[in-house]
Design a protein around this ligand. Structure first.
Ligand code: NDP
Length: 276
C-alpha cells in the first residue's frame, strides 16, 4: 500500500499541495499518495488523530491550524520553535514531530530560484502575521544589512522585532519596526509583502520611494497574477517581481524531504504551476 500524506486546513479545496506532492512523488519514484483533509474549525486535533490511526505518515498544515499544530507536536524542530507555528507534521511511531518550512521556502525562492542575494541588503517585510513570523528567523540567517518590519498594527511589528532583537542580540539599527507612513525617505533592496492585502487587491499605504532601483519585490500571495503590490513596485523601479508560487513549491519540497529523505527538483513544478 502507498504511504499516505495530506494537507489539512479549512478551507482546503483551493490547495495546490496535492498537485505539487504528486509531481514530487513521480519525479523521485516514491510510492506516495497525497490527499486533502477539510478539518472542522473545532476539530483539528481529532482529524489529525483519525488520519494517524488510519496509518497516515505526515501532514502539511495550512490556515487556520498552524498554531494548533505547534501545540499538538511532541517534538519541534528549531524552525518551528522560531516561528511558534508548524506547517509540517511527521508521525514517527508514537511521536508527532513538527517543523516549519515556510521561511526556508521563501528564502530559497529568493536566493536560489530568483538568484537575488539577501546578505548585506536592506530588507523590508510588510506584515507581522503568521507568514512574517514564520519567515523572520530564516531571513535574519541570510544576514541582511538591515531589516524593517512594517505593519498596519505597529505594536505587532514591534513585538516581533523586540523578540528577535532579544534572541539574536541585534541592535535597533539592524532590526526595527515601523508603520507604513514612517518609511518615507527610506529605500529597500528587497521588499516582501507578507500581508493578506493582495487577497482584496489592495496595497498597504507605502510611501513613494521605498523600492530602491533594481530591487526585488516579492508578494507571498500567489494565484493572482501581477498583484496591485507588484504593479506598484514595477512602476517605481523594481527590477524583479515575484509572487509566492516559488515559496509554496519550495516549502513543499522541504516537507517532502523531512518525510522521505529525498530532495525533489522544484524548477519543473514551479514552471508547471505558473502555466496553469
Ligand atoms: P495573517 O492573517 O496572520 O496576517 C495578515 C497580515 O496582513 C497582518 O500583518 C495584517 O495587518 C496584514 N493586513 C491584512 N490586510 C491588510 C491591509 N488591507 N492593509 C495592510 N495590512 C493588511 O496572515 P498570514 O501572515 O498567515 O498570511 C499572509 C499572506 O501570506 C496570505 O496572503 C497568504 O496567502 C500568504 N502566504 C503565502 C505562503 C506561500 O507559500 N506562498 C505561505 C504562507 C502565507 P494587521 O496586523 O494590522 O491586521
Amino acid at each position: 500500500m502507498s504511504d499516505r500524506y495530506a494537507v489539512i486546513g479549512n478551507p482546503v479545496a483551493h490547495s495546490k499541495s496535492p498537485f505539487i506532492h504528486a509531481a514530487f512523488a513521480r519525479q523521485t519514484d516514491q510510492d506516495v499518495v497525497y490527499e486533502r483533509i477539510l478539518a472542522p474549525l473545532d476539530g483539528f486535533a481529532q482529524a489529525v488523530e483519525t488520519f494517524r490511526a488510519e496509518g497516515g505518515l505526515g501532514l502539511n498544515v495550512t490556515l487556520p491550524f498552524k498554531l494548533q499544530a505547534f501545540q499538538i507536536a511532541h517534538e519541534r524542530g528549531v524552525r518551528a520553535r522560531d516561528a511558534q507555528a508548524v506547517n509540517t507534521l511527521k508521525f514517527e511511531g508514537a511521536t508527532i514531530y513538527g517543523d516549519n518550512t515556510d521561511g526556508i521556502g521563501l528564502v530559497r525562492d529568493i536566493q536560489v530560484n530568483l538568484n537575488f542575494r539577501i546578505e548585506g541588503r536592506d530588507v523590508l517585510v510588510m506584515g507581522a502575521g503568521g507568514a512574517a513570523q514564520g519567515a523572520l528567523s530564516v531571513l535574519l540567517d541570510a544576514k541582511p544589512a538591515r531589516l524593517v518590519i512594517a505593519n498596519r498594527t505597529v505594536e505587532k511589528a514591534e513585538r516581533l522585532a523586540e523578540r528577535w532583537r532579544g534572541t539574536r542580540g541585534l541592535s535597533p539599527a539592524l532590526l526595527s519596526a515601523s508603520g507604513y507612513a514612517e518609511l518615507s525617505g527610506r529605500e529597500f533592496d528587497v521588499v516582501v509583502n507578507s500581508t493578506s492585502a493582495s487577497l482584496n487587491d489592495t496595497v498597504p499605504e507605502l510611501p513613494d520611494g521605498v523600492f530602491a532601483r533594481g530591487c526585488l519585490a516579492y508578494d507571498m500571495m500567489y494565484g493572482k497574477g501581477v498583484t496591485a503590490f507588484l504593479e506598484r513596485a514595477l512602476s517605481q523601479g523594481a527590477a524583479l517581481v515575484a509572487d509566492g508560487i516559488g515559496m509554496l513549491v519550495e516549502q513543499a519540497a522541504e516537507s517532502f524531504f523531512i518525510w522521505r529523505g529525498v530532495r525533489p527538483q522544484t524548477g519543473p513544478v514551479i514552471t508547471a504551476l505558473k502555466a496553469q
